[in-house]
Design a protein around this ligand. Sequence first.
Ligand code: DX5
Ligand code: ZN
Length: 217
Amino acid sequence: MRMIAPSILSADFSRLGEEVRAVDKAGADLIHVDVMDGHFVPNLTIGPAVVKALRPHSKLLFDVHLMISEPESYIDDFAEAGADILTVHQESGVHLHRLIQMIKSHNIKAGVSINPATPALMLEDIISEVDLVLVMTVNPGFGGQAMIPAALNKIARIREFAGEREKPLLIEVDGGIKAETIAAAEAAGADIFVAGSAVFRSNDYEANIQALKKAGA
Ligand code: DX5
Ligand code: ZN
């Protein structure tokens, strides 16, 4: 079963609480929150105060994707604000192992993300520590970009590194997921599909989520 994580980056920011409730009701499996700092990526979005304010609007897991430099300074804040999964970029810090332990100390799921130009190999020695790998299929920073399909090739490699484990590794793909691309991402081995523009492109969120769940399946 495909899990769909609508990215609220493409929602109407003037009524985010309502938008979170709407996608929850429409069949979303998780709520994906894109955090950008204007430094690690060329865009600025939201901080822990917004996550905290949105928390009462849904019981779904908040899947918080940190596209920020020096994520160690904000992990505690996002965990306390109500993140259920906190994902940091492999490229964003020097001490990735320490960052992952910091996330896990809050008893929430820890994820690591890689940009399109980062090889799967960079995850080999951290994979046993994480609950989730987020494979970027666009260069992070903006919604509505076209998928870079070659990035999907990494997923098989990542599964290999993960090997046999007690709790299965979750693999999430992010960027350019729509009805035309989701089946390829699933065939590549992903479990969770982030979709911003494909969910929020029109008012019928239920139809948009269903279209993603069914496309090419
Ligand atoms: C990109 C973000 C994505 C983005 C996805 O930097 O991490 O989550 O919002 O948007 P779409 O689905 O429109 O490509
Ligand atoms: Zn994202």
